[in-house]
Design a protein around this ligand. Structure first.
Ligand code: PMM
Length: 279
């Protein structure tokens, strides 16, 4: 999944593709580089970010969604608003990517159920301007798993079909730096919930800290792409269905490596496939 942020202020690529034409052109480049899916978002979720109005969000994302769909792309809309999600699906989006997992808008599950779109439910505890204060865990893996399982139960109760659901640990969202690694290392806790898993590690702060220089200065966002590709390889090898990234070529190669790795692992020493884990 390649990221197309139509925002002036995203932490990782803020403002570079804010004009619709530039955003569409960027999306087409990501497709040419190997993305299977494009995630179009009009509202920054960077830590501390404030909300944009629904009309402004519509103005940013809908034309870009429509143009990319017309160009043949499979498009996801990154929104927490049910109305924007519905209009994006009407414009041709196939996937609704909701970083709030349905907690920001009480209409989201019913809207998703009605449209039949694929729905990514990310682990979330509150809006970007307060989320850093909500990162308190005794056992981050068990709590994120259980809180996502509660979202799944509520979505199903509102009529969303199980096949529509994709789950996401929400790296960096109400997570302190050190909370992200156990979630990655125990991805099986989430794949164990029985739905495909999406991982969004790309250019996030915890990678900047990992790659800090000798003085402790974090690596800048563009300096985190190789580490992002490494996470993509490991996440895909651990069974992730999708990785959401800004820089596509490294992660496209990484997921191919992981697919070959998994396929070879599933072949027994007698040359027969176990058949259980084919990606
Ligand atoms: N992260 C961001 C935005 N949208 N969606 C999902 N499903 N998972 C994520 O981890 C995620 C997301 C923040 O990154 P950006 O500001 O670079 O887009």
């Amino acid at each position: 999944m390649g990221v197309v942020n139509v925002t002036p202020d995203s932490f990782s690529d803020g403002g570079r593709w804010f004009e619709p034409e530039a955003a569409v052109e960027h999306g087409l480049r990501l497709l040419a580089e190997g993305a299977d899916l494009l995630d179009v978002g009009g509202e920054s979720t960077r830590p501390g970010a404030h909300r944009v109005s629904p009309d402004e969000e519509r103005r940013r994302v809908l034309p870009v969604v429509a143009d990319l769909v017309a160009a043949g792309a499979v498009v996801s809309v990154d929104t927490t608003r049910a109305a924007v999600a519905a209009e994006a699906v009407e414009a041709g989006a196939h996937v609704v990517n909701d970083v709030s997992g349905g907690l920001a808008d009480p209409e989201m599950y019913r809207t998703v159920a009605r449209t039949g779109a694929v729905y990514v439910a990310m682990h979330w505890r509150g809006p970007s301007d307060v989320m850093d204060g909500l990162a308190r865990y005794d056992d981050v893996v068990a709590q994120v798993r259980d809180e996502l399982a509660a979202r799944v139960a509520e979505a199903l109760g509102a009529g969303v079909a199980p096949e529509q659901l994709v789950l996401d640990p929400g790296l960096g969202f109400a997570k302190q730096g050190a909370d992200n690694w156990p979630l990655l290392a125990h991805l099986d806790a989430l794949t164990g919930l029985g739905r495909p898993v999406l991982v969004g590690a790309s250019r996030k702060r915890f990678l900047g800290h990992l790659l800090a220089d000798r003085d402790g200065v974090p690596a800048p966002p563009e300096g985190r792409d190789r580490a992002t590709a490494a996470v993509s390889a490991l996440a895909a090898a651990a069974g992730a269905w999708c990785v959401r990234v800004h820089d596509v070529p490294g992660s496209a190669d990484a997921v191919r490596v992981a697919a070959a790795w998994r396929a070879a692992r599933d072949v027994t020493t007698h040359g027969e496939t176990s058949g259980a884990h084919h990606a």
